[in-house]
Design a protein around this ligand. Structure first.
Ligand SMILES: Cc1ncc(COP(=O)(O)O)c(C=O)c1O
Length: 432
């Protein structure tokens, strides 16, 4: 059989068979073949429309077919798509000016993905610690990350990712990483020392189940790192760029890290990541020590600039707070109503979760939503995750809530109110 697919005849079963034969088995895909999208909807090969509450895992902030993305791709691609980082193009400084202002940082490095932005952060932390050691300061090379963390799939990112299933099969990973229990202030104080060059955390853990760190925990991490000259690195790849109703989730806590990382929604669906840092930390970098062929190319930067300008022009942070607050309230109402199967609802802005009492029920609810053509996903076994496009409206929320209500009611009846043991409780509320 030829490896070439006749695209015109690429119906789902043919694609499934071809992928099963040709692709590395990294994903168990849902059996849907999407061919288009419009606004907050995806369209499958038969023309069915799906309400998308996942946005390509938190990427398609402006939904599908938005003019800011489509027109910029069309115009910029005619001018320049790629030139490498050996030459100037107009996009990087323009984009960096916006991102540094939004994040409170001084300098940017552009990558192609979240994990590469995180790798840049780890490498820069090591460089900065080396610079401090050279000037006589006592500071080590280790990283202190958190339980349930997820920072990506490349080797450094995997080393700082606590989730066992992502890290353990690839041992030995980068040495010098320890993990502290999530939101345990006393344990963080006990674990930290001048052996560490950085504390690494997500302000709201994404893959870990939409769990916000507590105010006291993040304040302690900030205080401890300042006391030794170590860095506080906050991963905003999933929670950043407006997702929680502020540009960065750490801004809800009134703190400023030394390094932050962005990616997913940055270029409206094109691959682009960014590592942002303070001037002091940036001073450790020299030409040749880090780089990328594709990162920060003219096309991705032009789209990102227009995505950001659109978010600002349309006052999207206020919209996210409004619709997200409404969505969260509705999820909380369902959680109370179906408490025999639901453990709780949590999240900020349009980064939301409903925790069920059983992994099997969570799996079944996500599948039932998909059958009703509403896309969500499940993370950390029991958690239903909602990362919709920012352009979501309250009528879309109502549609999803009605479907969820019905599905949960069926499960509550079927389960007869049975509750699993060992259910983790909901995430801590942000205190400020
Ligand atoms: C918090 C966080 N960090 C890093 C990553 C890795 O990003 P990417 O998949 O673009 O490499 C993700 C992806 O889900 C993430 O949620």
């Amino acid at each position: 059989m030829s490896n070439t697919l006749e695209l015109a005849a690429a119906q789902l079963p043919a694609l499934q068979a071809a992928e099963a034969k040709l692709l590395l088995g990294t994903y168990e895909r849902n059996p849907i073949l999407f061919v288009g999208g419009e606004g907050v909807h995806l369209i499958d090969e038969q023309g069915n429309r799906y309400l998308d509450l996942l946005s390509g895992i938190g990427v398609n902030a402006l939904g599908y077919g938005h003019p800011a993305v489509v027109n910029t791709i069309s115009e910029q691609s005619k001018k320049l798509i790629h030139i490498s980082n050996l030459f100037f193009h107009a996009g990087q400084a323009d984009l960096a000016a916006r991102l540094t202002e939004m994040t409170g940082m001084d300098r940017a490095f552009f990558s192609n993905s979240g994990t590469e932005a995180w790798e840049a952060a780890l490498k820069l932390a090591r460089l900065y610690a080396g610079k401090q050691r050279a000037s006589g300061k006592k500071i080590g090379t280790k990283f202190l990350a958190l339980d349930h963390s997820f920072h990506g799939r490349t080797m450094g990112s995997v080393a700082t990712t606590e989730k066992e299933k992502y890290r353990a099969p690839f041992m030995p990973v980068m040495p010098g990483v320890d993990f502290a229990p999530f939101n345990d202030v006393a344990a963080l104080r006990a674990a930290f020392s001048d052996e560490y060059c950085a504390i690494c955390l997500e302000a709201i853990q994404g893959e870990g189940g939409i769990r916000p760190v507590s105010q006291e925990f993040v304040d302690t991490a900030r205080e401890l790192t300042r006391s030794t000259g170590a860095l506080l690195i906050i991963d905003e790849i999933q929670s950043g760029l407006g997702r929680t109703g502020k540009w960065c989730a750490y801004q809800h806590y009134g703190i400023q890290p030394d390094i932050t990382t962005l990616a997913k929604p940055l270029a409206g669906g094109l691959p682009l990541g960014a590592m942002l840092c303070t001037e002091a930390v940036a001073s450790a970098m020299e030409p040749g020590l880090h780089g990328t062929t594709f990162g920060g190319g003219p096309l991705a930067c032009a789209v990102a600039i227009n995505v950001i300008d659109t978010l600002k022009r349309d006052d999207m942070l206020a919209h996210i707070q409004d619709v997200g607050g409404y969505f969260r309230g509705q999820l909380a109402r369902l959680a109370a109503q179906h408490s025999s199967v639901v453990a709780g609802a949590r999240g900020l802005g349009l980064m939301l979760a409903m925790e069920l009492r059983s992994a099997d029920v969570a799996k079944s609810v996500a599948a039932a939503m998909m059958e009703r053509r509403i896309l969500i996903n499940r993370t950390s076994e029991t958690v239903l995750r909602f990362l919709p496009p920012y352009i979501l409206g309250k009528t879309h929320v109502d549609l999803a809530i009605t479907a969820l209500d019905d599905i949960l009611a069926r499960h509550a009846t079927a389960e007869g109110g049975l509750v699993d043991e060992d259910i983790p409780t909901g995430g801590t509320q942000i205190g400020r």
